[in-house]
Design a binder for this molecule. Sequence first.
Ligand code: PEP
Ligand code: MG
Length: 573
Amino acid sequence: MKGIGASPGIAIGRAVIHWKEQIDILREFVEEPERELERFRTALEFAGEQIRETYSRVLESVGPGEAAIFRSHGMMLKDPDFVGQIERMILDGSVNAEWAVKQVADSLIQIFESMGNDYMKARSDDVKDISDRVIKLLLQVGGIDLSNLREPSIIVARELTPSDISQMDREMTLGMVSETGGKTSHTAILARTLEIPAVMGVRKLLDEVENDDLMIIDGETGQVFVNPDGETVERYRERLDRYECFRKSLTEVRGMKTVTLDGVEIELEANVASPKDLDDVFKNDGEGVGLYRTEFLYFDSSLLPPEDTQFEQYRDVVVAMTGRPVVIRTLDIGGDKKLDYLSIPEEQNPFLGYRAIRLCLDRQEIFKVQLRAILRASAFGQVRILFPMISSLEELRSAKAILEETKEDLRSLGVPFDESIQSGIMVEVPSAAILSDHFARETDFFSIGTNDLIQYAVAVDRGNEKLSHLYSQYHPAVLRLIKTVLDNGKAAGIRVGMCGESAGDPKLIPILLGMGLTEFSMNPSSILQARWILRNLRKGDLEEAALKALSLGTAEEVEEYCSRLLQTLNLCR
Ligand code: PEP
Ligand code: MG
């Protein structure tokens, strides 16, 4: 069986099935809606207590970054919109509380899921987790006790929530596998942080697995074996040993410089979405913030966040990074990432639509507020501004002109900001990559956004699971675009970094280095691994390998070549 590798590592062990009752919730008429309301409020209170306990436990055993998920669960339980809708439904419709919770939660989940993007998917998982908790309390049912397993096991479930993981006994949990979920769910993020191998999205998993079956899961490739033969077990035991040796060696590079064997200095930075992610950045030794996705701030409120709120968040990140670079990307919203309160009309092709810089150039009042907040934060450290989705020189010129106007406004008011602040562009649309020689003359830096560059170069929606086999960072067309950007950036003497997921892909890192990339920004959890790999590479030796990869015709050939290359580099993995 195969699913999505959601948290790397290999687990070999016996299955424990985490059955969660499939509860059928029926609509019932209640005679005394006020009493039903009381019942709901009591369940809400208990849920709040449970969440507070979980928060403290995770805070102590894992860290504030991970615990933050439960703080936002707690906040959601107090959200007047969410709670108010449920209460109104109980009172106005005289319905049972569990029905009202399910209705309101389902409609929210549907809205989040229809947006088809990763952030919103994570939000819908949160709503599901919270509403399940409240419904279970109302019905007084629960699943197996994950904190009290008899022996080290692999947890198998239809669905695993962050709350489930937070209960797991790390010593007894070898790995986990579920039918639903994907790489960017909060459950997957927690699993990666806790270093629990995980595979998600395995279809028909529960039809195939019984309690106590011997299982192997590979959290990198997504491979799942049930009652495998002796030879497979042996092969995976060897891989497990190698993987553990590799994990141990990662701790050795903490605190070390990221420099290749032939002395090329590399900048290894982190992608963040809010100040909450900074703990992960420090834990993993990030050398700066290479991409601050500011959208979260806008998603997390029900109105456009005011300038001061934005300023405070940006400043917190900048101050925490103590002089190290912080690249703040301006609002990358629209298309798949919808903000209800902006009322953007439905579009036929949202990915090609009114989004990111296009929206900001059109709604300058929104753009200027953000630019002012970023500029003000620049007085506290080393900030760079990054414009997303640039597809033409005109857009870049307009964005820069608005930035200059905003600077002028601040100057006239005597508000301090960094006068030498740099601004750059995301290169994530093929037109920007192809024209990168022109762009390089008019901007301070490039940041290659492979997540979107791939989808636009190969015309594959990055969120469409049906097409995921076509969406590949190894596509030779993508590699050629990256090479063009690197060469043009180098010729013009500007910095070129990469902040898409490809920057943290161990198989691609040698080729990217060979092509000349020296600034990588990635998920904090990939940083030490990338440093370890880069410290074992010699750029001079990889230039030819990069040319070879660029000469291949299919993504499959490139991937195969990259895999072999990584193996020959003798990294114990
Ligand atoms: C990208 O497109 O590669 C990128 C880093 O931005 P996002 O994933 O936020 O679209
Ligand atoms: Mg992008």
